[in-house]
Design a protein around this ligand. Structure first.
Ligand SMILES: [Zn+2]
Length: 218
């Protein structure tokens, strides 16, 4: 069971007090997807990570964070932000995450830009908005390449997410050809890598989870 409560947050852009629903505790039961999307119930609670001010329309993972308030004010009033880069999302939560991306890319925050696009793509998947799911993943790939080039502790994870995003965008040849020389240190990651190559060979662009990997190698 997930527990929720409501807290008051003051918008960093306009100062309006908003009632924001947050979760107190939640769990993920089951296998995560190959791009590390968690299972239920966490899966369905993603929308809570996009907070929106009822007054000015500012959207952020934390609307009370006023660290870059002056930058936020400019962006929130821009046409690009208001019309969401002229993208017609079929789901308003996907639109909110895309706006979080627009904000973070202006701040040159590659990690936050990637996460916001990834979240937008996940919500598009849920809404059956395939066109925009692909659009968000293709845009996210640019930031994934930056994150991969940093070679931090998440390197193997980022490579696997990149492979999954390429496959979901039907870029099968890129999946088959990528990271042939890379040595995975984590055995489960290496299995996912091989399974991704298999899925690409049979031109499968569907959501897949780690349970399928376990079955495949048994
Ligand atoms: Zn506001």
């Amino acid at each position: 069971m997930s527990t929720f409560f409501t807290i008051k947050k003051k918008c960093a852009v306009c100062g309006t007090e908003n009632e924001i629903k947050i979760w107190g505790s939640t769990h993920a039961f089951g296998y995560c997807d190959l791009d590390f999307r968690p299972a239920e119930q966490m899966r369905s609670l993603l929308y809570l990570q996009a907070e929106e001010c009822v007054n000015c329309g500012f959207v952020a993972t934390n609307i009370a964070n006023d660290k870059f308030a002056n930058v936020y004010k400019k962006i929130v009033n821009s046409d690009e932000y208001k019309n969401c880069n002229r993208i017609k999302f079929e789901n308003d939560v996907a639109e909110k995450f895309y706006k979080i991306y627009l904000l973070n890319t202006k701040l040159n925050d590659e990690t936050a830009s990637f996460l916001a696009l990834r979240n937008a793509a996940w919500i598009c998947d849920d809404a059956g908005d395939e066109k925009n799911a692909i659009k968000c993943r293709k845009e996210a790939l640019k930031f994934l390449d930056v994150l991969i080039s940093i070679k931090d502790n998440n390197l193997e994870k980022y490579i696997l997410i990149k492979m999954d995003f390429l496959r979901r965008c039907r870029m099968f040849k890129e999946v088959i050809d990528c990271y042939k020389e890379f040595k995975f240190t984590n055995e489960s990651h290496y299995k996912v890598y091989n399974y991704q190559k298999f899925l690409a060979q049979i031109r499968n662009d569907k959501i897949s989870n780690y349970g399928e990997v376990i079955n495949f190698f048994n």
